[in-house]
Design a protein around this ligand. Structure first.
Ligand code: ADE
Length: 264
């Protein structure tokens, strides 16, 4: 069964994230589409409406409709313990800004965990590990994830100590909340799940897979205002086109990401 197969992949690649593009490329796409509900992502948020839209369009919408991924928006206020449905309070020690309280978050995570076993409980935070393609590859092979979106001054530190297994940042800047960051993480991982993209190899040739930026691409017309498409792309010579694309990728990577490691 596909789920068992997936668990084996998780076990193997857990050792070394660098091997993942190679393992992804060795996936057996002939058995697609996968079983329903192959991956489940539960997003804990105080603003479910804010994060809904990215899942209602394009590739993410299709992945959900095909049953390849299930995304649940979990309203943290449903787990608030007082009649005002408060989820935040003043910081001990004073200072500006409210803190997300531990009790609603603990109630929420424990309720979810009573029904499902999660691979990771992720907190979206500017302090977290920076999201990159190897991390997206790793997460795309997991089965069940919780993403907790922070707000205000962040969550009570005890949440991070006792419930969170991983913290992810999408960049060195501060957003108003974790929702947009969670949507970015979801997009980057869902598109990698087999069966989500119609051309199964296209995610593997994206920028950053194999530490190379993608080469330039062109479409019709072959000439526009005197601006021509490189001849080689219309030659029909597959090997030469492959070589040209590789060289363009290397050139672009050197120019735009000089610090990126070259492919082994
Ligand atoms: N929450 C606020 N800023 C964030 C960031 N840069 N990444 C992830 N979550 C965040």
């Amino acid at each position: 069964m596909r789920r068992e197969k997936k668990a084996v992949i998780i076990h193997v690649i857990g050792q070394n994230e660098k091997n993942i593009p190679e393992l992804l490329s060795r996936r057996d796409f002939s058995t697609l589409p996968p079983d329903k509900g192959i991956m489940r992502i539960d997003i804990i948020t105080v603003h479910p409406e804010l994060i809904k839209s990215p899942f209602e369009h394009s590739i993410l919408k299709r992945a959900i409709a095909k049953g390849i991924v299930e995304v649940n928006l979990v309203n943290l206020r449903d787990y608030a313990f007082n009649k005002h449905k408060s989820v935040d309070d003043y910081a001990f020690g004073g200072g500006a800004g409210m803190v997300m309280m531990i009790e609603p978050i603990a109630n929420c995570i424990e309720d979810l965990k009573s029904k499902v076993t999660y691979d990771e409980v992720i907190y979206m935070s500017p302090d977290g590990e920076l999201l990159d393609q190897p991390m997206a590859n790793t997460l795309s092979l997991k089965k069940n994830l919780i993403l907790l979106c922070g707000h205000y001054k962040g969550v009570d530190e005890r949440v991070r100590e006792h419930f969170i297994t991983r913290e992810i940042s999408i960049g060195n800047y501060v957003l108003s909340g974790g929702e947009l960051a969670a949507a970015v993480v979801c997009d980057s991982i869902i598109r990698l799940i087999p069966g989500v993209l119609s051309d199964e190899t296209s995610a593997l040739t994206d920028s950053f897979q194999d530490n190379l930026l993608a080469p330039p691409v062109y479409s019709r017309p072959a000439e526009f205002r005197g601006w021509k498409v490189p001849e080689i792309l219309m030659s029909g010579h597959e090997e030469k086109i492959r070589q040209w694309r590789f060289e363009e990728s290397v050139k672009r990577t050197k120019e735009r990401r000089p610090n990126m490691q070259s492919p082994d």
